[in-house]
Design a protein around this ligand. Structure first.
Ligand code: NAD
Ligand code: IPM
Ligand code: MN
Length: 356
């Protein structure tokens, strides 16, 4: 019997390459810190459509539910773009998040020391340091609201609905406030309360929950301003809590501040210890199969898994240190800088293992 049973959802495009590196690093961490992992694979996304006709087969949900946690690569690609909306690879991803109740998505935007010069933001703004945690609501809002097509005055139209219940906002708020308590006790709630009714309810609810956390300094920011402030002065943020769609967009922006989208890890969590760990980037069809994808976002997602699901912070710290060490000398093309050695996806995985 192994200590942990993990389901791998490698997915499409660069998914399999990056997950393979993350597995290698997890196994190496197991050797060093004395735990064993057993893997099972399941289909999600385009590969699942090809094999079964649907992006999220029942068996995939069952396997994930029966495991201690899940590692996901990425799904989607041009091959499946003409699928009907509810049968797209991306619908499978939303489906698994919903089926597993993963309402809280933690997306840490961290600059690893040697990478500060890879950030497109001037060093005097970054100051060599960035550590922002975006807490994205993941199973509600416009992603899960009613949508459809109809005719308006004889003209084809389509709609998607943004809706949040107080319960959904309360539970994500508590996740964010709890994290803020463990960090710098500063929380920014991002909404569009100047226009959207759902944002006004969001803001009222955040304010109500803030009474349970008197030590946390709370401020509110409109999402358009936040997009601007992230570039103007990213260090003003500690924890950001926001809706599903705003979190999706702001986290891609925050990833680039940290150097590359290939660096940004995430944890998708439910109430308990179970989690699905996924890089924030997609299947990168433009570089799939070339062996040049950056596997670090997925490797760092494994480190989040050790920290949040398995309470193995020592092993998580060791992976993060190994990543920082490798970055002093070796880079995949997306974060390449002069004077460094350019490496492939697989070499990057091997290097992280060698420093563990
Ligand atoms: P993307 O994140 O796949 O790629 C955007 C750009 O970033 C591309 O130039 C890509 O080469 C680069 N990039 C992404 N990850 C990288 C990595 N690890 N190393 C180096 N470069 C990397 O976004 P997109 O092109 O908008 O979407 C492509 C497909 O992925 C779409 O089908 C989309 O729906 C899907 N997608 C899936 C997920 C997911 O599964 N979690 C997330 C986002 C997008
Ligand atoms: C992400 C992705 C997904 C999202 C898509 C592929 C459904 O962009 O994980 O950030 O929008 O949540
Ligand atoms: Mn996204």
């Amino acid at each position: 019997m192994s200590d942990y049973r993990i389901t791998l959802l490698k997915g499409d495009g660069i998914g399999p390459e990056i997950v393979n590196q993350a597995v290698k690093v997890l196994d190496k961490a197991g050797e060093r810190f004395g735990f064993t992992v057993e893997y099972d694979e399941a289909l999600l996304g385009g590969c699942a459509i090809d094999a079964t006709g649907v992006p999220l087969p029942k068996e995939t949900v069952e396997k994930c539910k029966a495991s201690d946690s899940v590692i996901l690569g990425a799904v989607g690609g041009p091959k499946w773009d003409s699928q009907p909306g509810n049968n797209r690879p991306e619908a499978g991803l939303l489906g698994i998040r919903g089926a597993l109740g993963l309402f809280a998505n933690l997306r840490p935007s961290v600059i690893f020391g040697p990478l500060s010069s890879a950030s497109p933001i001037k060093d005097e703004i970054i100051g060599g340091k960035l550590d922002v945690m975006i807490v994205r609501e993941l199973t509600g809002g416009i992603y899960f609201g009613e949508r459809g097509r109809k005719e308006v005055n004889g003209i084809p139209a389509a709609y998607d609905t943004e809706m949040y219940s107080t319960l959904e906002v309360e539970r994500i708020a508590r996740v964010a406030f709890d994290l803020a308590m463990k960090r710098n006790k500063k929380l920014t709630s991002v909404d569009k309360a100047n226009v959207l009714e759902s944002s006004r309810l969001w803001r009222e609810t955040i304010i109500k929950i803030s009474e349970e956390y008197p030590e946390v300094e709370l401020n509110h920011m409109y999402v358009d301003n936040c997009a601007m402030q992230l570039v103007r002065n990213p260090r003003q943020f500690d924890v950001i809590v926001t809706s599903n769609i705003f979190g999706d967009i702001l986290s891609d922006e925050a990833s680039m501040i940290a150097g590359s989208i290939g660096m940004l890890a995430s944890a998708s969590l439910s109430d308990g210890k179970f989690g699905l760990y996924e890089p924030i980037h997609g299947s990168a069809p433009d570089i799939a199969g070339k062996g040049i994808a950056n596997p670090l976002a997925t490797i760092l997602s494994v480190s989040m898994m050790l920290r949040y699901s398995f309470d193995r912070s020592e092993a998580a710290d060791a992976i993060e240190s190994a990543v920082a060490k490798v970055l002093e000398t070796h880079r995949t093309p997306d974060i390449y800088e002069e004077g460094m050695t350019r490496v492939s996806c697989e070499e990057m995985g091997d290097l992280v293992c060698s420093f563990l």
